[in-house]
Design a protein around this ligand. Structure first.
Ligand code: ATP
Ligand code: CA
Ligand code: CA
Length: 437
């Protein structure tokens, strides 16, 4: 399908690293999964488990193609986190290590992180900086408790924290997390929103080259977009977002964003038949798209006629749908959408893996939103303070992205609350504001 990066095979520059990451995960996670379950203890949060891989192998570690060292951090905590997020242990291992294939995404972002998809696109491996790694370990207990108390948290779902080190190589830290976007649905538009305007523009001209690029705050505003959620869904969403942001503020985190993927039900999945060079997502931004993995495209491509028929049926269905109270089964996605990725019990994944647009009075809308708060491991440390100082000299203080965590969170919440206003509400609010002036 379109959501592909560059396939990482033996010829790829990062093949050895990717192979070692996956081998390490396979061995470490199987080892933890094989044990009888038990409750978490305080000591579990600081555990590091080290394995040394080589061609020979030994009774504890199977042989591997390359020599490397692997560290698994807080394995027991992550086992429990995976259970809280209701991952099936066997599926998790299969997705990540069934065959050694990953896709590497575009070029690394500003931060220098690399992103890899698991071959089924369910998981993302993100390499992180040492400071982010140390920070995640420090806040792991708070994060764990938060997930325990908030099963519907919108924050990135962390499934594992690991490190590989090759002989004479540098240490590579990485996390495994959820891909917010579904493997089975085209995402027609992607936005990464922070509530800041400085540097928050994706050049509209570049959209032609890269139609699925991640757009930012200014692009959102230019389109006068909103998230159409209706009263009940909006409340569920904002209540959870508040709780999540409170945690981020308390932990002195900033620079996170709300990632929004929009699937347009009318357009459906047809487009990956026409344009196979599209790339949903390219953290580097303006990099030209590379050749997609042809196998990945084939895997997910229904015949054109079939998808046209499905789209037609779906349009009919959407037109004929009646308003229904939330939570009733009839509020689910129609069966035609097939291959549902509903995650039972998770509010924001209830509609085909996402959260379906809803008009006032619960009339279903024509879009499915895939939403989450990402990039939440930046501690407001000394670097950000410096950045704040320098940028503060030149721009409006409130408009720069490196605000202190409390202000960052408030601005974020304010902006996202505005984003969820219906068009009418936004208009009314603007009129009231103008009248008050
Ligand atoms: P920077 O610090 O410069 O913002 P980064 O390397 O920390 O960059 P992120 O902000 O975490 O990267 O992610 C960059 C982009 O990657 C996002 O805008 C989004 O398009 C994509 N992305 C990140 N995490 C996910 C996820 N969990 N699911 C889907 N897409 C993601
Ligand atoms: Ca970011
Ligand atoms: Ca970052």
């Amino acid at each position: 399908r379109v959501l592909v990066g560059t396939k990482v095979d033996e010829t790829h520059a990062n093949w050895v690293t990717a192979y070692n990451m996956l081998t390490g995960i396979r061995v470490a996670v199987s080892r933890t999964n094989a044990k009888l379950d038990r409750p978490i203890t305080d000591a579990d949060f600081s555990v590091k488990q080290k394995s040394t891989f080589d061609i020979a192998g030994n009774e504890l570690v199977p042989s591997a193609k390359y020599d490397f060292k692997f560290k698994d951090y807080a394995p027991w905590v992550f086992r429990h986190l995976r259970a809280l997020f209701r991952l099936d242990p066997a599926d998790y291992l299969m997705s990540l290590t069934g065959k050694y294939i990953l896709s590497e995404l575009g070029s690394p972002g500003k931060s220098g992180s690399f992103f890899y998809f698991s071959r089924d696109y369910k998981y993302i491996i993100k390499t992180i900086h040492h400071a982010e790694h140390k920070f995640l370990r420090k806040i792991l207990k708070d994060y764990y408790q938060h997930v325990n108390n908030n099963p519907n948290t919108l924050l990135s779902q962390f499934y594992g924290l690991h490190r590989v080190k090759m002989p004479y190589g540098k240490k590579i830290h990485f996390v495994v997390m959820n891909n917010l976007f579904p493997p089975h649905r085209d995402i027609h538009q992607t936005f990464d929103l922070k509530g800041s305007t400085v540097g928050r523009n994706f050049c509209e001209e570049d959209l032609e080259k890269n139609p699925r690029a991640t757009l930012k705050d200014l692009n959102w505003m230019r389109r006068k977009r909103n998230l159409e959620l209706g009263i009940q869904k909006r409340k569920l969403f904002l209540d959870q977002l508040h709780k999540d942001v409170r945690l981020l503020q308390r932990l002195q985190i900033m620079d996170y964003s709300l990632l929004i993927g929009i699937h347009d039900l009318e357009r459906g999945n047809e487009e990956n038949l026409r344009d196979k060079t599209l790339r949903v997502f390219n953290p580097g931004g303006s990099q030209p798209a590379e050749e997609p993995d042809p196998n990945a495209v084939l895997m997910r491509t229904p015949s054109k006629l079939e998808s046209q028929r499905k789209a037609r049926e779906l349009r009919q269905k959407i037109k004929s749908e009646k308003p229904v109270p939330m939570g009733e089964t009839s509020n689910r996605m129609p069966d035609e959408l097939g291959e549902g990725q509903n995650r039972p019990g998770f509010i924001f994944n209830q509609d085909d893996g996402g959260f379906r647009a809803t008009h006032e009075n619960n009339i279903p809308g024509g879009e499915i939103y895939y939403l989450g708060v990402i990039d939440c491991l930046t501690h407001y440390g000394i670097i950000k303070k410096l950045e704040h100082f320098w940028k503060g000299l030149s721009s409006d203080r409130n408009q720069i992205s490196a605000l202190p965590p409390h202000e960052y969170g408030e601005r974020f919440i304010n902006f996202i609350s505005g984003v969820t206003m219906s068009q009418e509400e936004a208009l009314k609010a603007a009129q009231e504001r103008d009248a008050a002036l």
